[in-house]
Write a protein that binds this ligand. Structure first.
Ligand SMILES: Nc1ncnc2c1ncn2[C@@H]1O[C@H](COP(=O)(O)OP(=O)(O)O)[C@@H](O)[C@H]1O
Ligand SMILES: Cc1cn([C@H]2C[C@H](O)[C@@H](COP(=O)(O)O)O2)c(=O)[nH]c1=O
Length: 157
């Protein structure tokens, strides 16, 4: 069973879509969705959650119970930190609950260093404060290294 938070509606509510174009229907998670009950009724072989940074801590508890009481593996994918370089609340709850955490590495948009931060742009300018959740694509967010998070290169650099 595939789930994704309803608030990420970039490609439609309840849809997991990759930048490479692959897309799958998913069950949308709303504030009152009881993921445990839905999984208990269907008993799938695995549960996949995308955009897990947007989960509420009660959903993370439900996922832990699915693993512990239904013996069904749960794999979550999501961002660790927001554009302010602070942990998303869902990711914080997942770090505390998870059996295993795997980092998927990517490189900085401006150089070959490891991307450790995410820069957010408003009208082409980096911003470091404001509301945490703003659904968007590559025009709004860029993965960057620590150096370029604090100072984006000027033209020609
Ligand atoms: N199946 C795939 N094969 C090859 N490259 C992939 C595949 N899936 C993703 N990628 C690479 O990873 C990038 C990010 O993929 P995406 O699924 O949008 O990740 P996320 O949602 O985690 O940001 C893509 O633009 C592409 O370069
Ligand atoms: C950093 C950051 C991201 N978001 C949003 C932007 C996108 O809708 C998703 C991330 O999707 P991806 O396919 O994994 O890149 O999260 C946000 O709301 N706030 C942020 O700080």
């Amino acid at each position: 069973m595939i789930f994704t938070p309803a608030l990420d509606d970039r490609f439609g509510v309840g849809r997991v879509t990759s930048r490479v174009g692959i897309s799958r229907e998913a069950i949308p998670i709303h504030g009152d969705t009881d993921i445990y009950s839905l999984v208990e009724q269907n008993l799938p072989s695995c549960v996949l959650i995308d955009e897990a940074q947007f989960l509420e801590s009660k959903h993370v508890n439900q996922l832990a119970n699915i693993v512990d009481w239904l013996n069904i593996p749960v794999i979550c994918y999501g961002l660790l930190k927001d554009f302010r370089n602070q942990l998303f609340l869902g990711s914080q709850a997942l770090i505390c609950a998870a059996d295993k955490i795997e980092e998927i590495k990517t490189v900085c948009s401006y150089c070959t260093r490891k991307a450790t931060h995410i820069l957010k742009f408003n009208d082409g300018k980096p911003v470091y404060s404001g509301k945490v959740v703003e659904i968007g694509l590559n025009d709004k967010y860029k993965s960057v290294c620590r150096i370029h998070y604090h100072r984006i290169p000027t033209q020609g650099e």
